[in-house]
Design a binder for this molecule. Structure first.
Ligand code: KG4
Ligand code: ZN
Length: 386
């Protein structure tokens, strides 16, 4: 089965075509085409994502990305079709983006229907104005190509991202614990039954990626701050620069699976304010100490969660799952304390927001015989996993 996925929940516009083969649970996924445009350069000057700007950017890039993805998949065949009667339907879907309706209409009128069986689109969580760009595009394609459109959950995409690889999935041993760490979320999720989720812990305030980004600003590092802090912290470790600063490990001993990162950010602010003149050496130490504090919190919480739930698999996903130190520390935890648990780490190309993970999760549902409920797809900024 082949599916086309569209992701526009935040500041990456992404399209992918993924193919599944085999019989569930022995399914193999293959990425046939994948194109992504990051808006980081646009949002850099504001130090964060502005929904109205993000929406405009998605609308400007989605059709070229669609074309590029189909081209990579070998599905871009020229075939001229009449659009009589179609334009009105498109305009109704894109009342806020007449320009996009025209561009999409023109594109579809000159290509043959691609060899795919369904379309999936992220319905939430995320920024509602940007989600709608993807949803309306997916609906227009579904209507025009006469194919089902399936609503996807962005967090499920991150949860399953480590399983989207070109080898047999072979069924994940359950229960499976997932640590979802991104710019918008920090969650511990339990999957007791295949594709059934229970959020057992989340952040009381900032998400971990948000904390990385805010702390990076305090250190005068560019946005997004996660990779910048990570680079400095790795450099500090390589050069044996030990931190003389101490930051808290928030909620590490709270006895539950909740997280909190705003106190850590405030502690960093006070620490930075006490430094008379910030040097590169200070930055190395602070980046290392901050990353150590975050990694310690994750190791403590995951340790407790694996022990309490008796999970047989542990999956990590989300933008922050690209962090070398966090990956290494969690790997060490599983290796030393839970050798019976299988650890799944996502490929670095799909830790951040992407459409490949969305295609993968829709295919896992479809291949498991779990046909999605029909009905109108609407953007839901707070869509939850449980
Ligand atoms: O999953 P994602 O692309 O978007 C959301 O759904 O939020 O995550 C983006 C977040 C940003 O906060 C970014 O700073 C962080 O992931 N990030 C990292 C690293 N790479 C990206 N944080 C720490 N270390 C990294 N290497
Ligand atoms: Zn995300």
């Amino acid at each position: 089965m082949r599916i086309l996925a569209i992701e526009t929940s935040c500041d990456e516009t992404a399209v992918a075509v993924v193919e599944s083969s085999g019989t569930f649970p022995e399914v193999t996924l293959r990425v046939l085409g994948s194109a992504l445009h990051s808006q980081v350069a646009v949002h850099k000057e504001y130090g964060g994502v502005f929904p109205a700007v993000a929406k405009r950017e998605h609308a400007a890039h989605i059709v070229p990305l669609l074309e590029e993805t189909l081209r990579q998949a070998g599905m871009l065949q020229t075939e001229y079709k009449s659009l009589v009667g179609e334009r009105e339907k498109f305009s109704a879907l894109f009342s806020h983006e007449p320009g996009l309706a025209d561009v999409l209409c023109m594109f579809l009128s000159r290509i043959a229907i691609p060899d795919i069986q369904a379309i999936t689109v992220t319905a939430g969580p995320g920024l509602e104005p940007t989600l709608w760009v993807g949803i309306n595009t997916a609906k227009a394609l579904g209507q025009y190509w006469n194919m089902p459109v399936i609503a996807g959950n962005h967090m499920e995409g991150h949860f399953l991202s480590s399983l989207v690889r070109e080898e047999k999935i072979n069924g994940v041993e359950l229960p499976a614990l997932g640590l979802l760490i991104s710019g918008g979320h920090t969650e511990l999720v339990l999957m007791k039954e295949w594709l059934q989720y229970q959020v057992i812990g989340s952040t009381l305030d900032d998400a971990v990626g948000e904390a990385f980004d805010k702390v990076a600003r305090l250190l005068s590092l560019p946005y997004p701050g996660g990779p910048e802090i990570s680079k400095l912290a790795e450099k500090a470790r390589a050069q044996n620069v030990e931190s003389t600063f101490t930051l808290p490990r928030p909620m590490a001993t709270s006895g539950d699976f909740q997280f909190s990162f705003s106190g850590l950010k405030t502690a960093m602010l006070y620490t930075v304010q006490k430094i008379e003149e910030m040097t590169d050496e200070h930055r190395l130490m602070l980046a290392r100490e901050f990353e150590d504090a975050v990694a310690d919190v994750f190791v403590t919480k995951v340790h407790a969660a694996l022990a309490t739930t008796g999970a047989k698999s542990f999956l990590i996903g989300g933008g922050v799952a690209a962090n070398t130190h966090i990956r290494r520390e969690l790997e060490k935890l599983v290796h030393e304390k839970f050798p019976e648990v299988t650890l799944y780490l996502p490929h670095l190309s799909i830790t951040g927001d992407n459409a490949v993970m969305m295609a993968g999760s829709a295919l896992m549902h479809l291949e498991s015989g779990d046909m999605p409920k029909g009905g109108d797809i609407r953007a839901d900024g707070n869509l939850s996993l449980s």
